[in-house]
Write a protein of this length. Structure first.
Lengths: 410, 163, 410, 163
């Protein structure tokens, strides 16, 4: 099955929008946030126009229907990542909250001063700062798997690094380099050392067929808005035994079984970790996004991105040669559709600004991975990233706009 | 999906005149509380297990017609039964109720088969009147509250005997 | 200015939906969650169809536009509650997260074992459980302002209760009784005792003209979905000095200025407290909700609800007399449009179920206020609550449906 | 809103040939770092204040054309000025930039007036080329980064002298 990109593009209303310059929108920033197909927008609008009510507590018809829609979305999302029982699927506001939840609830219950946590040098701030906060608060020791010069993690010291650690948290795909990390290998090593494994799947789940069991994850976090879904929704999957043994994270309605003036009893999973009114419409939207991706087929999504990334790497090399440095692994099969680059000595910020004149949207900056930037010895990159609605003409538009940028600054 | 499916006559009868309401002295009886976190219903089951038999059982607490009548019918159904028999009734009842809830489990098909097998084991009699609850998913937890509480009670009684 | 309810109703698409019984939807559960006007749905759809991109980091046009829309929403929301600088307005996922943020970030920095926090007996779990968790974690002492038999807080012991407390957290309006609490008086007393004042405005901000300064609040939390806005968005307002002195709450992207492998520096306000991709579309929707309410005029909204509540109290008393107990203050001017009641000896759950047959939606249960239920000596109430789209015919429909309920169970 | 509004010739000139780049030994010079958390730009300002005068000033770090040229022009503008004069230039420059940012403040009108007054105080000269940045709100923080850093440096130099 291959992706019919022309048909896919028709499903995304924003791609039809008029641009100031008269051209078309060339959206190459899906690693920051993806666009949304009509079906996702319709599912949310339909929900609000026919069914909205607060969930889990209402007896009347539309409240029951809203609850059913939300729990169906939970089932769908669980199946999408190969989860077991749906109560292992917890909804939060974004991927960042999910990782904070693990750091807080699992961390505070299981980590003491001096305990070690193993991360990598390529993590997004979302999988760094929560652990840095635990370092400050509890005095845990943080270790890092380094980045090799080939754009892959350098695992040569893994056995030493993992020795005695209580938890390993690793991204499945770098949002800067595109690097696909050997999650399973790291997880097996971590488990052999008795550690719990947290996988940041924010960049992985939207782009590759995902099975949390095959990855060897104990926790797996991702975010809706990068997966064709709405903003305001993140997903944490965790193993039942671990989730049950954890104290709650946020306190409030929904997450309790009983509340007294002198104490409370938490609710069962998954609600124990869902305090307050959940992002109801957003779960419905995410469910529709998962439906959309499954109809395309995640194998086809991945195949398309490998192909397009290959085309991009070849095109950029051919057109810009030594004027361009592309970071990360060179083989499309070893990476996602995320291309961070340096071009001549033009600052990424300026590149992005000038590309915008041609309707080409790329991100410039540290991409919430400042330690990785320091490791690469740079302050920022320009980054083009692809998704189901991108095709070779977008890559060509990027290359043409880069020529214009070079002309402007020379 | 009329209200009559939910509120069968026998249910309203048990609600108006609950059987086995009251308390037992604890100890020797086991006392277990159950909460429905969604609506605030509370059930207290007092359980007197002697020589492997549910010698006596009383129901306290307060709740809606479904939770109260379910508790009342449950008390009538398990009183005098051996512990394994009582457990079989619990399984059968929860299987009847799970026909909707199983959607929440990943392995829907297996669960449906298992439920059918467990229901075949036991005659539920009057309790079958509660089958209509399955069509009102929010109320399933009302119907199962006393049963989960009883199950916990049997576990505790077993542990107490063993210990 | 009075509310033209018939015109308002036309703005809410859900009120047109077909109901199973053939009747109309009589939605009386706005205290749990309000319905949404077309303009809110349109604002979000338009956002996704023309402007979506991740905010704050993008240089290109649509990212800049998305950032502008979000920050405009912040300004609007700030003006709506009479806030000062917009950096005092922090977006979170719901009201519950806002209160957890205060309990965690302010609480951990300022409270020690033995310190006292003053709450009330009528709080929603959202303003109880976060403090109960601090009690468990830090050993703080919790005190409670009791409820009087007139449905108002009993302030006779306030001076004693407030003595030596570090923080007072109080709801501005009870979600069960409708009680409007004397926030200003409590705040002044608390400030005189040197305490910080947290106001739970989840039920207040949607229904009354709100000015955080006049209320005497140091922190004020509310939630979008009860205020004609979408799910997935909550708002915390706090005073600059307090927010600046607090450590961050969740860690990740957006909330940092710098991240190193051995530490991080938080960002400035408000982003310091907004980790990860924010609920962008939801802020846009909330901004549209605020526009809608301001066009109606909050004075008119309040006047309409006082009038309708008065009509409801009179109608129910006249039609059901001693068969019905209504909880909370008896004067419409002293309460919001929330009517919790007991009817004959029919359980609230059963009432709600039978009312649903007539399309009448009321909530049944403990309304996330179990300690208040215990105080009232009951397990649950049925609750009808009003908003801008309700009118006297809805009250009549409720009364008619209650007659039918009584007939069914007798 | 063309790119020429943003990238004026004089800006590109300062970007290509930045003035006063380098380091000063610290101490005696004050060394202050500034970050733009959004894009990763970093500025280091080395500041040598003697007898109330900005005797020397050097700029390190890396960033985009706007942040670098702004820093370069800033260095040229304040070197040799007295501390109060330097502070007046900072105020005037930030006022020019705030014409967009003030939207974020509640009291928009007051702020606009204040900004106009502060800009009237000082001749910004070449720096006025950066006025076009105001139309590109995301870039305002690029332009103001070095100025905020300088301001912090003057505060620290003042404190060091006082202490
Ligand atoms: C690798 C990675 N992890 C985590 C996140 C955080 O996701 P969110 O911003 O939705 O919380 C992102 C995206 O920003 C990411 O790229
Ligand atoms: C008084 C009160 N406080 C807090 C909340 C919590 O709001 P949310 O559920 O949106 O977090 C609610 C509503 O549920 C409420 O009524």
């Amino acid at each position: 099955m291959t992706l019919d990109v022309a048909r896919v593009q028709k499903d995304f209303p924003i791609l039809d929008r008029a641009m100031p310059g008269g051209g078309r929108l060339v959206y190459l920033d899906s690693a920051a946030s993806s666009q949304k197909p009509q079906s996702v927008l319709d599912a949310m609008t339909r929900y609000y126009e026919t069914t909205h009510a607060n969930v889990h507590r209402g007896v009347y018809g539309i409240a029951e229907e809203a609850t059913r829609l939300m729990e169906e979305a939970r089932d769908k999302v669980g199946r999408f990542i190969g989860a077991g029982p749906s109560h292992e699927v917890i909804f939060a506001k974004n991927g960042t909250e999910c990782l904070n939840l693990v750091a807080n609830a699992w961390g505070r219950a299981n980590l003491r001063s001096g305990d070690a946590v193993l991360l990598t040098e390529i993590e997004h701030h979302a999988n760094l700062v929560p652990w840095l906060m635990l370092r400050e608060q509890l005095g845990v020791e943080l270790r890092y798997i380094p980045l090799g010069d080939d754009g892959h993690l350098d695992l040569s010291e893994l056995d030493r690094l993992v020795d005695g650690v209580k938890l390993v948290a690793v991204t499945a795909m770098s949002n800067v380099l595109g690097t696909l990390t050997p999650v399973r290998l790291i997880a097996d090593t971590a488990h052999a050392a008795g550690a719990v494994v947290v996988v940041d799947g924010a960049q992985y789940a939207p782009h590759l067929p995902t099975n949390v069991g095959d990855l060897g994850a104990d926790f797996f976090a991702f975010t809706g808005h990068k997966l064709l879904g709405p903003t305001g929704i993140g997903v944490l999957w965790g193993k039942t035994e671990l989730l049950e043994a954890m104290p709650p994270f946020l306190g409030g309605g929904e997450m309790i079984r009983d509340v007294r003036l002198d104490g409370f009893t938490p609710n069962e999973l998954p609600w124990k970790f869902e305090a307050g009114t959940p992002p109801i419409a957003e779960t419905v939207g995410l469910g529709a996004a998962v439906d959309y991706l499954e109809a395309l087929g995640m194998d086809a999504v991945r195949a398309h991105e490998v192909e397009l990334t290959g085309y991009a790497l070849r095109t950029l090399a051919a057109r810009f040669g030594p004027d361009m440095t592309i970071y990360g692994p060179t083989e499309p099969a070893e990476r996602g559709g995320v291309i961070s680059f340096a071009y001549k000595d033009i600052h990424p910020h300026d590149i992005s600004q000038v590309l915008d004149q041609s309707g080409v949207c790329v991100r410039a900056g540290h991409h919430c991975a400042k330690p990785l930037m320091r490791r690469l010895g740079i302050g920022a990159t320009a980054r083009a990233s692809f998704y189901v609605y991108n095709d070779e003409s977008d890559v060509d538009a990027l290359a043409d706009a880069l020529d214009a940028t070079s002309a402007f600054f020379s | 999906m009329g209200l009559e499916d939910l509120y069968r006559e026998i249910i309203l009868d048990h609600y108006r005149s609950p059987r086995n309401r009251g308390e037992l002295e604890s100890p020797p009886a086991v006392r277990v509380e159950g909460y429905n976190p969604l609506c605030g219903d509370e059930i207290v089951v007092y359980l007197d297990v002697q020589d492997g038999v549910v010698a006596d059982l009383k129901i306290g607490g307060q709740g809606c017609s479904i939770s109260q009548s379910s508790a009342s019918m449950m008390a009538a159904a398990v009183k005098g039964k051996t512990v394994p028999e009582a457990r079989a009734v619990i399984r059968a009842f929860k299987a009847m109720m799970s026909i909707h809830e199983q959607r929440l489990d990943a392995d829907g098909d297996d669960a449906a088969e298992k439920a059918a097998a467990e229901m075949a084991e036991v005659k539920l009699g009057d309790l079958e009147a509660l089958q209509g609850v399955v069509r009102f998913p929010v109320r399933i937890k009302c119907a199962t509250l006393s049963w989960n509480t009883l199950q916990q009670g049997l576990d505790e009684a077993g542990a107490a005997q063993a210990g």
